[in-house]
Design a protein around this ligand. Sequence first.
Ligand SMILES: [Zn+2]
Length: 419
Amino acid sequence: MFKKLPRKRGPKLRKRRMHHPESLLIENIGRLVTMQPGRGRLGRLGVIRNAAIRCMHGRITWFGPDGKEPVLPRTVGEVRIDADGGVVMPGLIDSHTHLVHGQYKKDTFGKPDFLPIMRATQESHFDVLFEHASERADEVLRHGVTTIEVKSGYGYAEESELKLLNVVRALGDNHVERFIPTLFVGRVLSKARASRVNDIIKKIIPAVRADHLAQFFDVCVDEHAFRRDEARKMIAAAQKSKMLVKVHADQFSDRGGAQLAAEVGAVSADHLEYISDTGIAALAKAGTTAVILPGTTFFAGATRYAPARKMIDAGVRVAIASNYNPDTTPCLDLFLVATIAITQMGLTPEEALLGVTLNAAHAIAAEHDIGSIALGKRADLVVLGVDHEIVPLYRYGASFLRTVVCEGEVVWRHHGYNL
Ligand SMILES: [Zn+2]
């Protein structure tokens, strides 16, 4: 049913080649969902009806009424796509995943199980990790995701963590979507907590920094993870190494993780099932984006979702991410996750769509480059075969994706779709 992109296999890494057409014009768009309200646009998502959009050299250079695009010089080559009256919106952004891990066979919907995945990750050769993560990277694109944040963590030990982050780098070199690498420290496995913290500060952070392997540092503050004082020390070291900060906060109990995220100027605080009112106020004041992970609560059969409605009403910017991992949340379908945020957490469809686009861009500090349709932004777009942007959320689990554009290039299209 899908036309697959050729899969890049094997140990030999090929540098990806992007063939930006000089110009790409998508015309006959029923609803262009810009994600930014404005004059002549409809509603909170800034919808422009009967529109067209032009990208040149990978950037958005014009959008407006269909058929009114500026004339290009004849020498400029242009690829044209007929959206057939459908919806065009920014490519989705998954701002929280654990995409790279050793293969792990789980035949029950059981309890979380970190150790076997860690062992499989440590024992797996780079090429094997890369090959399996590559398959998932292809899957990500088929869900309309054009930027994905990927955390390390399952390596645990320094050498394995560097291996994981090098896999993320190789994914970026070999796939068309963009990968945002994060050094993640979650579990504390030994009783010698101080030496683990010391190892992270003295060995792992400097090694990651030396090879520029991570843009973000993410630390888990929770009952099976780090305490606030330990996290604060590691965050200070990461910030000295010029990494931006994320915090896995308050997933299983309120440990003040959200307050810590606000205090250190974190870009995002993620999870937040047990965030307190004080934590909510702190995030709102600091402008830290809350990343909610509804798929995790859903898959656990739990009922305690993060209080996203309350957070939004308190002025917190909320992004929605998959938290893909092989253990507690093996799902990369971001539209489906957004539907859970609507039905279980009280978000409006507009808030959910912002959560997987513009607010997700904020969650990875990329809001100036991606996440909305604006002049000069990167031309990452999806074309959907629906007459309204609510349909992919309402008809959850179905795929209406027709075309995916990364940096002005058509990188995936539905089989048989008429370009
Ligand atoms: Zn996570």
